[in-house]
Design a protein around this ligand. Sequence first.
Ligand code: I3S
Length: 126
Amino acid sequence: SITDDAELLHMVEKCGQLNKTKIAEGGRKLRKCWASSWLVLAGNSLMFYKDPKVSAAWPPSGSRPESSVDLRGARIEWARDLSSKRNVFHFRTVTGNEYLLQSDNEAVSQDWYQAIKGVIHRLDQE
Ligand code: I3S
């Protein structure tokens, strides 16, 4: 609803496009499948939307995230060994869902890494 979108928009810390692949579900390994994704970091959640292919089209009114992960207790680290791509970081939820996130632009990757890490640390302190 419009109210939900407005509430979410109020909490948004960062949004933008990254390449993403899920590599585990509940601790069970998955085959990599890299795809472009639109990420929204808001509140305690990191939400993945289908890449709208046009920038700054947010909130995508009426559309729901393809998936959303709870950042509480999550872990994040740079992952130089898990991909041949550059600027890749690894992200793991408490439930054992694992993702690799990447941008060819080093600054973009760095910014996302710091932003997600910041939220995780804030939640660790609560
Ligand atoms: O870790 P891997 O197995 O080298 O990952 C590559 C594969 O998933 C590959 O797909 P196939 O499973 O169809 O071969 C992907 O196309 C590659 O992108 C994966 O490697 P990178 O280094 O790009 O994460």
